[in-house]
Design a protein around this ligand. Structure first.
Ligand code: SF4
Length: 500
């Protein structure tokens, strides 16, 4: 039998999002292969569900999406178990982790194929080729092993996103109620996660999107996005949207068209953008976006240092001055800028690394002075394997090396690396990592995120009062009292780990 399991490993403890990746693969094989969704976020014991499906003898393929960190906790052991208990099952991985770490994935001995980027064409073609015993060399976006060698096939041009088949929401709803995916967030009571485009036209050298999409981007038309959103609103009551695109706002025309269409629907929405791209938008466009419900936008600010921005190959025209001016501009339109910063980049000497961390901390505080509503997300730099980029070369020169063993990613240090919490980068001393983490603790106490809807006004005020001296005088060391209150009293959420 040729049935397929499409497995989405657990990615969140609460506020579970629609599993768009397996939904899209389902659409790709609809009518060609029979398949079942298994969502690790919605099963108490997903292994039991997978095992019972495999025991029917009707399945031949296990397709698993593998994003870094949390999803690996199920993707790795479940694939291992399948290989041991059901050796006839073909195991196929997709997702950022699988693409960027394909060598360790394929050398593990328990993953047979990696779909490298969008699987709309590659996945059904692979299943057909395996079913009919055809060669695999012409299947674009596929990585596999032959005679001990890793073969990476050509990359497919990005498809016209409007030509893709409709997502099988009703089938998903039969397996797991869609209602259970529309969670309460800062944006609304029933928040929908939606993907409206593929890739990104830029090549930032710290970004995991780049090795897969190589500066390519293609988006659905505003009309088609609107019609999907409307369907989910009318049938399942969605009242807010998180656009999980890497870069939703590439086209001003598409954004404004979408804003015009969604405005009468009274829905709040959020997406990810670049500062230099949005800064080119006209005032009219920004006003239109806000009027249509765009309440907050995530931006990669990265650093205030122009030389480091260059080293990151941030592309475009982003600069420290622009980051500051743009925070002020967003305030005029009542759109909250959510700025992420990447601290702890490699440099020529430890003094220079530490100086850069201090400067970034000062820069973040300045942004907060310019527009106190700005949300700040702090990451510690974790290299991504963008071969040939100046930054990755510098990271390697400074002694960084990825593990070659897939199961190592289950170890806490590599898991924290994936979460960009513990970088495993030799140039960062414990003192530097502590400084970043301690500053983050004090910042989060003094400026708690608005996206944490469970924090009361009293809690916010108390934390601000307790942390004021530390924040104002840069006294970040040993903030144990704040950490204790954040973990026990506030159960503070971190958007960079738990989703936005
Ligand atoms: S703009 Fe954002 S998504 Fe695009 S390459 Fe840079 S960091 Fe990645």
């Amino acid at each position: 039998m040729n049935k397929v399991i499409l497995f989405n490993p657990r990615a969140a403890h609460h506020n579970v999002r629609i599993p768009n990746s397996i939904l899209q693969l389902g659409a790709a094989i609809e009518g060609k292969f029979e398949y079942e969704f298994v969502d690790g976020n919605r099963e108490n014991d997903p292994w039991q569900r997978i095992e019972s499906l495999l025991q029917t003898g009707e399945f031949r393929y296990f397709g698993c999406t593998a994003m870094p960190a949390m999803q690996l906790k199920q993707a790795i052991p479940f694939s291992q178990k399948i290989r041991t208990q059901f050796p006839e099952i073909v195991i196929i991985w997709g997702g950022y982790f699988a693409s960027n770490q394909h060598k360790s994935v394929l050398n593990s001995g328990f993953v047979d194929y990696v779909v490298d980027g969008p699987g709309d064409i590659a996945f059904p073609k692979l299943l057909t080729a395996l079913a009919e015993n055809q060669p695999l060399d012409a299947i674009e976006n596929l990585i596999f092993k032959r005679d001990g060698n890793i073969i990476r096939n050509a990359r497919e041009a990005l498809l016209d996103q409007d030509s893709l088949p409709p997502l099988p929401y009703e089938k998903l709803n039969r397996a797991y109620s869609i209602d259970g995916y529309l969670g309460r967030t800062y944006l609304g009571r029933k928040t929908l996660a939606y993907h409206s485009s593929m890739g990104c036209p830029f090549s930032c050298s710290f970004c995991a999107v780049v090795p897969i999409y190589n500066a390519r981007w293609r988006g659905k038309s505003a009309k088609n996005i609107y019609s999907d959103v409307k369907f989910l609103k009318e049938n399942y009551g969605a009242d807010a949207i998180e656009f999980h695109d890497n870069n939703f706002f590439v086209s001003e025309k598409r954004t404004v068209e979408f804003a015009n269409l969604i405005a009468p629907e009274n829905m709040v929405w959020w997406g990810e953008a670049r500062i230099d791209t949005l800064n080119k938008y006209s005032d009219d466009s920004l006003r239109r976006m806000r009027d249509s419900g765009c309440k907050m936008i995530f931006f990669g600010a990265e650093t205030g240092n122009d030389a480091v921005l260059q080293q990151m190959n941030k592309g475009g025209t982003q600069s420290g001055e622009q980051i500051k001016a743009f925070a002020a501009r967003m305030a005029q339109f009542d759109i909250i800028p959510e700025y992420s910063f990447v601290l702890g980049m490699p440099a020529d000497s430890p003094e220079k690394v530490m100086r850069q961390i201090d400067e970034d901390i000062e820069f973040i505080k300045e942004i907060k002075r310019i527009n106190p509503a700005t949300e700040i997300i702090i990451y510690v730099y974790s290299p991504v394997p963008t071969e040939g980029s100046e930054l990755y070369e510098l990271a390697k020169e400074n002694g960084f090396k990825f593990t070659e063993k897939l199961t190592d990613w289950l170890n806490p240090e590599w898991e924290n690396f994936d979460l960009r919490k513990n970088p495993l980068t030799p140039w960062l001393t414990p003192e530097m990592v502590d400084k970043i983490r301690n500053f983050e603790t004090v910042l989060n106490a003094y400026h708690p995120t608005v996206s944490d809807i469970k924090l009361s006004a009293f809690q916010r005020k108390t934390m601000r009062l307790i942390s004021a001296l530390r924040y104002k005088t840069n006294l970040f060391r040993w903030p144990y009292e704040l950490r204790f209150l954040q973990s026990r009293w506030l159960r503070y959420r971190q958007p960079e780990i738990e989703g936005f």
